[in-house]
Structure formats: structure tokens, C-alpha cells
Write a protein that binds this ligand. Structure first.
Ligand SMILES: [Fe+2]
Length: 197
């Protein structure tokens, strides 16, 4: 296990203790099991490493821990690029901390780092897992079916119910988020067809 991931895990543990919405969504798992990962690379990893506009108060420590761990992470290809488009896949970044492809496994939750550079549209999608986003750095506009879009900044959260369609758009800023899943882990997101909207 790399020191960068060990440090990141402690920063995440602190967030679960300190942030009321995070604490209410799920406790830090008590069944963490280390597992081997194969570091992989995506173009978004370089965009994130070079991004100078990830402003982050009060979460600069967690932002820096996500940046440091990103060097040795297993960056994932979340969607078929033939479906969502190469222009999106070359800019959208995600790696797992707890769960499949992450350095720890748990039956209780999964969590990820998601990065989007400025001016990117992440189209409508859904998944059976319940989800919470916590903005760590930058800002983005979050849309969920049944709600008006809202711009979220560091410390803000948004909850997505099971199979509730949601979408994210960055404008002049990039965004880095800590994303937690609970229930129905292991079923990947799918793009939401227009008839579900
Ligand atoms: Fe989601």
C-alpha cells in the first residue's frame, strides 16, 4: 500500500467524522480489507495534476491527498467511449479508494474521487446505488431529476437516490469531488435514456 493512499484514507476518515452530511450518509467502514491494484492512467489524470484552479477551502488537505494518490491510482474507464464519446472520456477522471479497483474493499460502501476540468458536460446517468457527492475543490452545476440545478462549492453536498437521473456541468472552474455509494454496490452507472426523464 502506498503512503499516499494511507494518508488519503486518514483524511477521508476525518471527513466522515467532521462533516455532518457525510457522517449521516455513511460511517467509515469497519471492514476495510487491503487489496492489490494495478495503477492505470487516463488523460484526465494529467489534466488534474496540472490544474491550478482547484480552489479548496476548507478542504485543501483532502484535495492535496487526492492529488498525491492520483499518481499511483487505478484510473477507471467508467463508460464505453463509443457510447459516451472520446472527447468526454479524455477529460473525465475517476479513481476508486474503497471498492472495485481501489486499494481497499468493503461490503459497506464504495468511494471515489471524481475530477472534471472546466467546461465539461457529464450527461444524464443513473445507478441503483444511493450516492452522495461532497465538493472538495472547485465548483460545478449539479442537476437531478425533480430538482432545479444548483451550483455546489467546497463543503457542499448533493444526494442522489437509487436510480435518480443526475448530470454535472462545469463552467469556468474545474471540480474535484469525493463520491460515496451505499447499497447496490457493484452495478455501474448507465446513461439515462430520454424516456426516463
Ligand atoms: Fe452518480
Amino acid at each position: 500500500m502506498s503512503k499516499a493512499f494511507d494518508y488519503l484514507l486518514e483524511e477521508v476518515r476525518a471527513l466522515h467524522l467532521e462533516h455532518p452530511a457525510v457522517r449521516d450518509f455513511c460511517a467509515m467502514p469497519d471492514d476495510l480489507t487491503p487489496q492489490a491494484i494495478t495503477p492505470t492512467h487516463q488523460p484526465a489524470a494529467d489534466l488534474m495534476a496540472m490544474d491550478t484552479r482547484l480552489y479548496s477551502q476548507p478542504h485543501a488537505g483532502l484535495r492535496d491527498a487526492f492529488l498525491a494518490a492520483g499518481v499511483g491510482a487505478q484510473w477507471r474507464e467508467s463508460y464505453d467511449r463509443n457510447v459516451i464519446g472520446g472527447a468526454f472520456m479524455d477529460r473525465f477522471g475517476v479513481y476508486c479508494l474503497i471498492g472495485s479497483g481501489g486499494p481497499w474493499a468493503s461490503a459497506q460502501m464504495a468511494c471515489y474521487m471524481v475530477y472534471m476540468p472546466a467546461k465539461l458536460w457529464y450527461t444524464w446517468h443513473h445507478h441503483p446505488a444511493e450516492e452522495m457527492y461532497v465538493i472538495i475543490a472547485g465548483e460545478a452545476e449539479f442537476s437531478r431529476k425533480g430538482h432545479a440545478p444548483e451550483t455546489l462549492r467546497p463543503g457542499n453536498t448533493v444526494f442522489h437516490a437509487s436510480n435518480q437521473p443526475h448530470a454535472t456541468e462545469t463552467h469556468d472552474h474545474p471540480v474535484m469531488a469525493y463520491v460515496m455509494w451505499r447499497n447496490n454496490l457493484g452495478i455501474r452507472p448507465t446513461l439515462t435514456p430520454p424516456e426516463m426523464m
